[in-house]
Design a protein around this ligand. Structure first.
Ligand SMILES: [Zn+2]
Length: 231
């Protein structure tokens, strides 16, 4: 705790005092353009890896960056999605998985969780499509390759879950919203961006042209056995 309290003090005396104007502006309201959904894992820091400031990302974090499908659960995730779209008007939703994800490791050995972590076991049922895809289509994979495939597939599964939300579906229909699938590699700092050009899961819009941002430059390239491409 001492480290945290020291950090708070340093924040107030250094960062806050040199960014006072930004915080004053933020106190008037938030206008993030992105909803960033990622894992609770302590090694993943959305603002750090995207080099964004307070006010730029609306963030949902949970075990395994999982979004229960619409109607499956009255969840905080659903409320946050609805709020991000209807109240904040976000233009992009990014689901970002990461390497060495404990939740996905658990998903691959689901039976082991029933007694020790029954709540995690229950939660992972919203990634059941990922488990099934891996079981049926990645029979030759093992070890880290299997885990990485599951991490990538899970991000795509969760995009599909996102599409079940009427608010998401409607904005996709009117092309006011884009969905993005990312995987962050802790060990290299690389970010894999799912390529919509090669497969059809993602909306074909690039990152918003109007805010003059470019799609992050690909840092890695890989194709999994299903022919789905992350670049
Ligand atoms: Zn994780």
């Amino acid at each position: 705790m001492r480290k945290l309290l020291k950090g708070v003090h340093q924040f107030q005396t250094h960062y806050f005092s040199t960014h006072r104007e930004m915080f004053e502006q933020l106190s008037q309201g938030q206008h993030p353009r992105m909803l960033f959904i990622t894992c609770s894992d302590s090694r993943v820091d959305p603002n750090l890896i995207t080099q964004t400031e307070p006010g730029e990302l609306f963030i949902i974090r949970n075990v395994g960056n999982i979004i229960p499908p619409y109607g499956a659960l009255k969840s905080g995730e659903g409320a946050a999605i609805e709020y991000a779209i209807e109240a904040l008007g976000v233009k992009h939703i990014i689901v970002c998985g990461h390497s060495h994800c404990g939740a996905i490791k658990g998903l691959l050995q689901l039976g082991n969780l029933t007694e020790q972590m029954p709540l995690v076991y229950d939660w992972l049922k919203y990634a059941e499509a990922t488990r099934r895809i891996i079981k049926e289509h990645y029979k030759d994979y093992e070890g880290e390759a299997l885990l990485n495939a599951a991490i990538e597939e899970n991000v795509l599964t969760q995009l599909e879950n996102l599409r079940t939300y009427p608010a998401v579906h409607s904005k996709l229909y009117s092309r006011e919203l884009d969905l993005h699938a990312w995987v962050y590699k802790i060990e290299t700092g690389g970010v894999f961006v799912y390529s919509a050009e090669r497969c059809s899961i993602q909306s074909k819009h690039d990152l918003d042209e109007s805010d003059e941002r470019e799609e992050p430059a690909p840092t890695h390239y890989s194709v999994n056995s299903n022919g789905k491409t992350y670049v």
